[in-house]
Design a protein around this ligand. Structure first.
Ligand SMILES: [Zn+2]
Length: 114
């Protein structure tokens, strides 16, 4: 039977949704797997396990605060939208209509607060 830490449901580092699980690959190395967005985070070295110890609690806290505080959630969504736009711009990828719409809302919010 696997230790308890393998059965705990975690928040995904990528999509911030619950449901990510710590698993062990066929070589005996731990990794996180999100069934919702398909993100996998592999910990190939002992040093890489620092991320599991230090980043996971921060991600859990961000998700918890976003649930509890709509203002904080809106701020985080604006950061996500700006980061996504910058990434797609750097990669020369067109934004999806949904992402373009989100960024338009972020732009309007920015104008109102400026
Ligand atoms: Zn995910």
């Amino acid at each position: 039977m696997l230790p308890r830490m393998f059965s705990e449901e975690r928040t995904c580092w990528a999509c911030l949704q619950p449901g990510t699980q710590l698993r062990v690959d066929r070589k005996g190395k731990p990794y996180l797997a999100c069934p919702l967005c398909g993100t996998y985070v592999f910990f190939r070295t002992r040093q890489a396990l620092a991320g599991l110890a230090l980043v996971s609690p921060v991600v859990e806290e961000i998700a918890r605060r976003m649930q509890a505080d709509p203002h904080y959630a809106a701020e985080q969504q604006q950061l996500v939208a700006r980061s996504r736009a910058a990434l797609f711009d750097a990669m020369s990828l067109p934004l999806s209509p949904a992402a373009r719409s989100e960024n338009a809302v972020v732009g309007e919010t920015k104008k109102r607060t400026a």
